[in-house]
Ligand binder design. Structure first.
Ligand SMILES: *Cc1c(COP(=O)(O)O)cnc(C)c1O
Length: 403
C-alpha cells in the first residue's frame, strides 16, 4: 500500500501525485446497471417518454412510501422544484434562507423577484440558527426556507414555532437529505413541503431530477398543475399559469433503480464515514462533521473542519495539497451565497450579520466518498492530511515560495 511518509513525496514538491487518477467529490452512485438498461429498453418499446409515464408514477409512489409523506411530485430538477414550490406557497417580498447553501436556494427566490434574506447558521449544526431567523423578520417576510445541509436536519421544531408565531410559511430544501430522519421521522414530512434533488452528484440520482414532497393535499394538487403548464383534466384545458417541470421517463427509471440499492449506498457511505472518523481521530486541528447515529443518515458528505491555529495550515492550503495529490476536495459552500452575484451587490454589508457563516466558509471542505471510493483510497487521503499537518511549516513554506 502507498505510504506517504515524507513531505517531499507530496506532488507539490514535484513528485508524482499520490493518486494517478483524479478522485472527485460527488461521483454518482449507480444501482443495478442491467435493471436500468432493461427499464430504458422498456421505455423505448412502449414509446412513452414523458408526461406522467409509468416510471415517473412508480418513482413518485416509491418516494412517498420511503419517506412516509402523502405526496411526491417528481420534477425535472431540484432548482425548478424549489421555484415551483415557492410559487405554489405564494411567497412574496422577503424569504429567510441560510447563506451557507448551494446558490440554487437563493436563485429560486430571486428568479421570481423575491428577496432572499440571508440568515446566519449555528456553527455546531451548519444549519439555520433560529434565534437569528427571528431577528430578520420584517413586515415583508413571507416565509422561511431551511436547508438540511449535509443531510443533517434543521431545528425544525424551533423554526415551526417561529413560523406559526409570525404567520410565515415554512419549507425545507432537503436536496441533501434523501434517506435521513429527524426525531425518528423521515425527511419529507417537515414544514409545508420539502424539496429533494436527484442530481447526479446527490445521494440518490436520476441523472437530473427533483421532487416536492408534502402532506398537504391542496398544495400537492397545485404543484401538479404548475409543473405541467397548468393543464387541468382532459385535453386543451389550461386552468392555471404553469411551467414545464416534468421529469422524463429515463430519469425516473434511474431513480427507481437507485432506490432499489439505497441500503447498499448507505452502508458503503457509512463504512467510509467510520473509516475517515477513525483515521482522522488523532490528527489535531481537523474535525469531521458528525452524524447523529440514532437517526437515519445517508452519510453522503464527508465534511472536514480545519482549525488553522492548531493544524498549522489553513483550509485553502490543505485543499491545495490534496489537489496536488489528485484528491479533488471541494470548498462547499464557498464563499457563501451573500458573496456571490448579484447578492453581493444587493447586500454589500450582509457579512456583518453572518459571522458564523463567514467563519465556516473559510474552514470546511468536502472529501471524496461514495460507492467509487475504496478503503485504500481513504487511508491514503487521511495520510496526506496527517502528513500535511505534521509538516505544516514545510507545506506553508513551499506554497508561499511557489507563488
Ligand atoms: C443540489 C442542490 C440544489 C439544486 O438541485 P438541482 O437538482 O441540481 O437543481 C438546491 N439546493 C441544494 C442545497 C443543493 O445541494
Amino acid at each position: 500500500m502507498y505510504t506517504v511518509n515524507r513531505v517531499s513525496e507530496l506532488a507539490i514538491f514535484g513528485n508524482p501525485p499520490a493518486f494517478q487518477e483524479k478522485l472527485h467529490v460527488g461521483r454518482p452512485n449507480v444501482g443495478d446497471r442491467d435493471r436500468l438498461l432493461e427499464r430504458i429498453n422498456d421505455i423505448l418499446d412502449r414509446k412513452w417518454f414523458s408526461n406522467n409515464g409509468n416510471y415517473v408514477q412508480e418513482f413518485e409512489r416509491k418516494i412517498s412510501e420511503y419517506t412516509g409523506a402523502k405526496h411526491c411530485i417528481a420534477i425535472c430538477n431540484g432548482t425548478i422544484a424549489l421555484e415551483i414550490l415557492v410559487r405554489a406557497l405564494g411567497l412574496t417580498g422577503e424569504v429567510i434562507i441560510p447563506s451557507f447553501t448551494f446558490v440554487a436556494t437563493a436563485h429560486a427566490l430571486q428568479w421570481q423577484e423575491i428577496t432572499p434574506v440571508f440568515c446566519d447558521i449555528d456553527p455546531a449544526t451548519h444549519t439555520l440558527d433560529p434565534n437569528q431567523v427571528k431577528r430578520l423578520i420584517t413586515p415583508r417576510t413571507s416565509g422561511i426556507i431551511g436547508v438540511h445541509v449535509w443531510g443533517r436536519p434543521c431545528q425544525t421544531e424551533e423554526l415551526a414555532e417561529i413560523a406559526a408565531q409570525y404567520n410565515l410559511k415554512l419549507a425545507f430544501d432537503a436536496s441533501h437529505a434523501v434517506g435521513c430522519s429527524h426525531n425518528g421521522q423521515m425527511i419529507g414530512n417537515f414544514g409545508e413541503a420539502e424539496v429533494f434533488s436527484f442530481h447526479a452528484t446527490k445521494f440518490l440520482n436520476a441523472f437530473e431530477g427533483g421532487a416536492v414532497v408534502t402532506n398537504n393535499d391542496e398544495l400537492a394538487a397545485k404543484i401538479r398543475l404548475m409543473k405541467n403548464f397548468g393543464f387541468g383534466p382532459g385535453y386543451d384545458n389550461v386552468v392555471y399559469v404553469g411551467t414545464n417541470g416534468k421529469m422524463n421517463e429515463v430519469a425516473a427509471a434511474m431513480g427507481v433503480t437507485g432506490l432499489e440499492s439505497i441500503d447498499t449506498f448507505i452502508e458503503q457511505n457509512y463504512r467510509n464515514y467510520k473509516q475517515y472518523q477513525t483515521e482522522l481521530a488523532d490528527i489535531d486541528g481537523v474535525k469531521l462533521a458528525a452524524y447523529n447515529e440514532l437517526e437515519k443518515n445517508n452519510y453522503q458528505y464527508i465534511i472536514l473542519e480545519i482549525d488553522p491555529a492548531i493544524a498549522g495550515i489553513n483550509r485553502n492550503e490543505l485543499v491545495q495539497v490534496l489537489h496536488a495529490e489528485n484528491v479533488l476536495a471541494r470548498r462547499y459552500f464557498y464563499p457563501g451565497c451573500h458573496k456571490m452575484h448579484p447578492y453581493q451587490s444587493y447586500f454589500p454589508n450582509a457579512g456583518l450579520l453572518l459571522p458564523q457563516t463567514e467563519a465556516l466558509t473559510e474552514k470546511v471542505m468536502s472529501l471524496p466518498t461514495g460507492t467509487g471510493v475504496t478503503p485504500e483510497d481513504i487511508s491514503k487521503i487521511c495520510q496526506i492530511i496527517c502528513l500535511a499537518i505534521k509538516e505544516s511549516h514545510k507545506v506553508k513554506h513551499f506554497l508561499n515560495s511557489a507563488v
